[in-house]
Design a protein around this ligand. Structure first.
Ligand code: AMP
Length: 299
């Protein structure tokens, strides 16, 4: 059985120095599912409004993502708008319109309750806990979050983190969560909360993975064309968890390769707007980019 993914499904309006996209497919569950679908089967639970384009649902179906758990509710789909600076690591959120997402109550269909692999994408921590309570006995749970929940729901975020095996978090969030400016110390503090693997994403500077016995650094591929970094973190999560779940074991070697597959998928994501570049990748493209990462970091 594949991965159950829960998170936001959005229509994003994004402006970068290279152009703009209006009402384009976005959301944490969407980027994650499209990316993970290259490695394993994915069932997604989320909510959209009646305005959600049919073509976007079709896109997920074409990627063999099971969308039976996407509820279509009366009202408008969650919308998010962002504008990137010339330094693409800096972005301003222009608007967040929750719409039907405001009262999202993820009901896990009976057929998903026995799933082994669970991805808790960016939603309120109390909903992440609620999802976990509905799953029988997962083998591996991965959680992603964002700075908003550290600011407004830290207690329930800490509870959610205490229940998962792997946390994906970016460097500034890790510092904010643990009140530690040193990432090694921050990772150690997160181990104390519960997870046994801590992945700290550093945008264009790659990602660090901490286990209790080792540290691994995955580079980001230096790309000539970075068009839109939106969703890179969720796409990383999709490659990472997609590969881990397909491998079925949690050895150091598998975890390290998963970090590279995460970076491979994120590198494709940022080369175009929205999920354009995740639509139709071939096995060969993924394998070739994996080799580029090997070349980039061997010495
Ligand atoms: P990232 O670039 O990894 O931060 O992910 C961007 C995606 O997160 C966009 O597609 C947004 O639709 C989605 N997003 C933005 N704000 C929120 C939020 N408060 N809750 C859930 N998803 C969000």
């Amino acid at each position: 059985m594949g991965i159950l993914a829960v998170g936001s499904i959005a229509l994003d309006s994004v402006e970068t120095p290279y152009g703009k996209a209006e009402n384009a497919l976005g959301g944490s569950a969407t980027y994650f599912s499209a990316s993970a679908s290259y490695f394993n089967s994915v069932s997604v639970v989320g909510v959209v409004g009646t305005d959600f384009p049919h073509a976007d649902l079709e896109f997920l179906k074409k990627r063999h993502v099971n969308i039976d758990g996407i509820k279509i509710e009366q009202g408008k789909t969650f919308r998010w708008g962002g504008k990137y600076h010339d330094d693409l690591n800096q972005r301003d959120t222009l608007f967040t319109e929750l719409n039907v997402f405001e009262h999202f109550n993820p009901i896990i269909p009976d057929s998903y309750k026995n799933c082994d692999y669970v991805f808790l994408g960016n939603i309120t921590p109390s909903l992440q806990i609620n999802v976990l309570e509905q799953i029988k006995k997962p083998k591996l749970v991965v959680l992603d979050t964002m700075n908003l929940w550290i600011s407004i729901a830290k207690e329930s975020l800490l509870e959610a983190i205490s229940k998962v095996d792997v946390i994906l978090i970016n460097d500034s969030e890790a510092k904010e969560l643990t009140l530690e400016s040193n990432l090694v110390k921050a990772a150690k503090k997160i181990f104390e909360i519960g997870p046994s693997v801590v992945v700290i994403k550093k945008g264009e500077h790659g990602a660090l993975m901490f286990t209790k016995t080792s540290i691994f650094s995955a580079p980001a591929l230096p790309l000539e064309k970075v068009c839109d970094p939106t969703g890179a973190g969720d796409t990383f999560a999709g490659g990472f968890f997609g590969y881990l779940s397909k491998s079925g074991v949690l050895t150091d070697e598998v975890l390290r390769k998963a970090m590279i597959y995460g970076s491979v998928m994120a590198s494709f994501c940022v080369e175009d707007f929205s999920l354009q570049n995740l639509k139709n990748l071939s096995e060969e493209q993924i394998a070739n980019r994996y080799k580029e990462f090997v070349k980039l970091s061997s010495f």
